[in-house]
Design a protein around this ligand. Structure first.
Ligand SMILES: [Zn+2]
Length: 485
């Protein structure tokens, strides 16, 4: 009761309306930066970088920083500030990006986040609470309640006793975990000891809270600048060639000078060293001090580097599209519960034909942003994708069968199923938790092996029984015979 009341007060007093944010996603080289500048100028925005390579100082070409002279004076945050010998982490990004958002909002402007590194973006846009996390929060709040000696001895005792105790105080939650899952059973029982509340009740309340709250931190408008993959492939290849002509080569050499001096050599899977366009040129860079390598070979090594850089760029673009479709869209679709009142709709802009950029990207994007900012996320009247690209964005029915465990009523899946033929490693009857895993079990090879082994055994036992019956019978017959005699 008290908790419900407090929650009510908290909602009344502390809930501020969510602020607006715009995010632009899309593959590398598709024109996100260009669009972000146009947008920032039109709506009074500032740009926040969410690309893990563009945070590093200099190297403007190989990290694809939008040229300063083409930025139209729009401030860019979280960019170009990390030394090469530093490793940049998500926590630092999170802090810097959130500080920038606050700062931009405080000046009455709109933050525009350009995604490159997906988990950075995900972390920034969504507020993901985990079920597992919450009971321990409650646990912390109630830490003053000391455990009795008996309670401690139960918690530290055999798992069977923990299970039996939990079953008596909260039969519902006891069925949620496997009877041998000591860690989870113990935690559930400890929550009860420390809070005096049934873990299943706490779990239920928390589910309700999750369903009531959107996971978006801000009112979020998302743009996906999209290009047909075949067209993009050519564009990416050409871009690598242009980069090489406009200074990438000397950047790579500068980076190599630092790389070479380090002992041991830096790991090309971390820090700035993972940038596409460094590792690929290492054979060429290494050959420069080697007198046994002639100019022709050296030239080949360089061309080979370009080829590999192109391949890796294409792979990266493919991976980015996959992430947008499979992960980002699924996460966003959960906002359907709130009729997208905090935004969360992904608007696809067709950047395939660069000669129609203004028409297909600039104008439409600007109009969507204008509607969103003027009258809120629900006010946008423009469709999420142009007619011919409707299939790219996952459809509603794609999600209708999408089973989330974050629904109420999942408690009905908390049930133990004991197999009558299979045994666990301790020789106890095997237990499956939930109907789904029980179904999997009874269709498993393990189970059918146990069944057929059981059948053989039974047949064998029947044979023995029949045999002894016959013996018995013949004995009676004999007795009959003797008796009748
Ligand atoms: Zn079985």
């Amino acid at each position: 009761m008290i908790r419900t009341y407090l929650k009510y007060i908290k909602n009344l007093v502390m809930t501020e309306p969510k602020k607006n944010i715009i995010s632009i996603v899309g593959t590398t080289g598709v024109g996100k930066s260009q669009f972000s500048i146009d947008l920032a100028q039109a709506i009074n925005g500032e740009i926040i970088n969410a690309d893990s390579m563009q945070v590093y100082k200099k190297l403007d070409n190989i990290t694809n920083k939008h040229p300063i002279k083409e930025r139209a004076g729009i401030p860019h945050h979280v960019m170009d500030h990390v030394n090469w010998d530093e490793k940049y982490f998500i926590h630092r990004f999170s802090k810097e990006a959130n500080d920038a958002i606050k700062d931009i909002h405080s000046r009455g402007k709109i933050p525009i986040v350009i995604g490159g590194t997906h988990y950075y973006l995900q972390n920034l846009l969504f507020n993901n609470k985990t079920i597992e996390g919450a009971p321990s929060d409650k646990n912390e709040q109630a830490n003053e309640i000391q455990l009795t000696e008996e309670q401690v001895s139960i918690l530290d005792g055999p798992v069977d006793r923990i299970f039996e105790t939990l079953k008596t105080i909260d039969p519902v939650i006891s069925e949620k975990f496997h009877p041998q899952d000591r860690r989870k059973l113990r935690r559930a029982l400890e929550i009860f000891y420390r809070t005096g509340e049934k873990p299943s009740t706490i779990y239920h309340e928390q589910k309700i809270e999750e369903l009531e709250e959107s996971s978006l931190r801000y009112n979020t408008l998302l743009f996906w600048v999209f290009s047909d993959p075949e067209v993009l492939k050519d564009r990416l290849d050409k871009r690598v060639d242009t980069m090489m002509e406009s200074g990438a080569r000397s950047e790579i050499e500068e980076l190599y000078e630092v790389y070479e001096k380090q002992d041991p050599k830096p790991d090309c899977g971390s820090g700035i060293w993972q940038v596409i366009g460094f590792k690929e040129f290492l054979p060429w860079l290494d050959s420069k001090g080697d007198e046994s390598v002639n100019d022709k070979t050296r030239k080949l090594l360089f061309e080979n580097g370009i080829e590999r850089m192109k391949i890796r760029t294409r792979q990266y673009a493919k991976y980015q599209v996959k992430w947008i479709r499979k992960l980002l869209s699924v996460e966003l679709q959960k906002e359907a519960r709130f009729n997208f009142k905090y935004g969360g709709k992904l608007y696809l802009l067709d950047a395939t034909d660069l000669t129609k950029w203004q028409e297909n990207v600039g104008k439409i994007g600007m109009e969507i942003a204008r509607q969103f900012l003027a009258n809120g996320p629900s006010a946008v009247t423009i469709p999420q994708a142009p007619e011919h690209l409707q299939d790219i964005i996952p459809k509603e029915d794609f999600f209708s069968n999408f089973k989330s465990n974050k629904t109420l009523g999942s408690e009905s899946n908390w049930k133990h199923y004991e197999c009558s033929v299979c045994k666990d490693k301790d020789g106890k009857p095997l237990v499956a938790v939930g109907e789904a895993s029980w179904k999997i079990h009874i269709e498993s090879r393990r189970h059918s092996r146990s069944v057929s082994a059981g059948d053989k055994k039974r047949k064998h036992e029947e044979l023995i029984k029949q045999y002894s019956k016959r013996k018995e019978l013949s004995k009676t017959e004999k007795d009959d015979y003797t008796e009748s005699k």
